[in-house]
Design a protein around this ligand. Structure first.
Ligand SMILES: Nc1ncnc2c1ncn2[C@@H]1O[C@H](COP(=O)(O)OP(=O)(O)OP(=O)(O)O)[C@@H](O)[C@H]1O
Ligand SMILES: C[C@@](O)(CCOP(=O)(O)OP(=O)(O)O)CC(=O)O
Length: 390
């Protein structure tokens, strides 16, 4: 039996933003989706979760501290992650009696996001991916990222994709037990490294309807949704995977924008309707359309999750045109990288669009495609088991 020794492991994990959207569950208990999805992992230089997982007989019970606040761990999602990971650790302890018996020790997890939490920037995806990866590292589990993605999926569906860098797919699977509903790598970040993203963070009140409940309202009431999962998503999955493999930005962009439109159409077709986008969101769509028209080809793509924030994907070679066009009238908001001030764009967006975006956009985040979870020696719990004061 382990004495009061403190065992610990730390990891960072990324945010991912879907380009083929997950929206709908076929099994809410196991968190199995109605369709497959694909995402781009964003660089942890700009958006990342840092999580330290520890266990010790000296702890009084399981705990999670998020951004300095004690957080409830009794919820089914967190409990599912703890339970599945403990079962895996218990199995390797049974096979190797020389291993410290730590699977039953209380867990202490401390985590922080370097970006707004619960603000429509997919903090749950990065958060649950970091939690699962950190505990798996603490337990020295041999499980692959695909294996661990089946656990992170139960924390938050989109979290399964954050166990990978680059371009990841969540294969919906069709087994009742969810054993084939997992994420896998489509291509590493190095395959298409010049992918960039500009996030227009829109000033918005609290989210209209949480993703978890919203998608089930859609499943239950939208006729459009049935068409989406039967025909639209399977076709878009194929097109998107080919576009990523071929580094075909025009197709990548068109499918990304059509998918965002399709998901939000189904949300609006939910009864009662769910509206995640606002006037600033719609103005940003017009801005991207204006950029593409001015370029005479598709150089930018918009996409929206369950909120008003606009994620714009583009390639590094078009950075001047895209970043410069928005910087002209948004230079006063925070988040720009130094390069933005030097970006020269020939595109002057229409005044009505500029006016709405100047009122609606509170900050921006410039980022790029990035890596998956990374082990780190940066700990939020010290060797004695105390939370590190930041
Ligand atoms: N670092 C973290 N570690 C563990 N759990 C986290 C972490 N960050 C966020 N979460 C969980 O995710 C919840 C926020 O998820 P929610 O879906 O409401 O917002 P979001 O994911 O940031 O935005 P959106 O889902 O609209 O993209 C938090 O209340 C918390 O339960
Ligand atoms: C719109 C989306 O961002 C939905 C994300 O839904 P969540 O993963 O937050 O839902 P739960 O599984 O209920 O936690 C699209 C996507 O990320 O694919």
């Amino acid at each position: 039996m382990a004495d009061n020794k403190v065992f610990r492991a730390s990891t960072t994990a990324p945010v991912n933003i879907a380009v083929v959207k997950y929206w709908g569950k076929r099994d809410a208990k196991l968190n199995l989706p109605t369709n497959s999805s694909i995402s781009v992992t964003l660089s942890q230089d700009d958006l990342r979760t840092l999580t330290t997982a520890s266990c010790s007989a000296s702890y009084s019970g399981d705990s999670l501290t998020l951004n300095g606040q004690s957080t409830d761990v009794s919820g089914a999602r967190t409990q599912a992650c703890f339970r599945e990971l403990r079962e895996r650790r218990a199995a390797i302890e049974k096979n190797d009696p020389s291993l410290p018996k730590i699977s039953t020790l209380p867990l202490k997890v401390v985590s922080e996001n370097n970006f707004p939490t619960a603000a429509g920037l997919a903090s749950s995806a990065a958060g649950f991916a970091a939690l699962v990866r950190a505990i798996a590292n603490l337990y020295e589990l041999p499980d692959s990222p695909e294996d661990l993605s089946r656990i992170a999926r139960q924390g938050s569906g989109s979290a399964c994709r954050s166990l990978f860098g680059g371009y990841a797919a969540w294969r919906m699977g069709d087994k009742d037990d969810g054993s084939d509903s997992q994420a896998q790598l489509i291509a590493p970040a190095s395959h298409w490294p010049n992918m960039r993203a500009l996030i227009l963070v829109v000033n918005a009140a609290k989210k209209d309807v949480p993703s978890t409940s919203g998608m089930q309202q859609t499943v239950a009431t939208s006729g459009l949704f049935q068409q989406r999962i039967a025909h639209v998503v399977p076709a878009n999955m194929k097109l998107m995977e080919e576009a990523i493999h071929n580094k075909d930005f025009a197709t990548f962009a068109e499918v990304t924008m059509r998918e965002s439109n399709s998901f939000h159409s189904c949300a609006a077709d939910t009864y009662p309707p769910i509206f995640y986008m606002n006037d600033a969101s719609r103005a940003a769509i017009r801005a991207v359309e204006a950029l593409n028209a001015a370029a005479g080809k598709t150089i930018a793509a918009y996409t929206y999750d369950a909120g008003p924030n606009c994620v714009i994907y583009f390639l590094e070679e078009d950075q001047e045109t895209v970043i410069g066009a928005f910087y002209k009238f948004l230079s006063g908001v925070s988040g720009w990288k130094d390069s933005a001030a030097k970006a020269q764009s020939a595109v002057d967006l229409p005044e009505n669009i500029v006016s709405i975006l100047k009122d609606g956009v509170g900050r921006v985040i410039q980022t790029s495609v990035g890596e998956g979870p990374q082990k780190t020696e940066e700990y939020l719990i010290d060797e004695a088991g105390a939370t590190v004061q930041r």
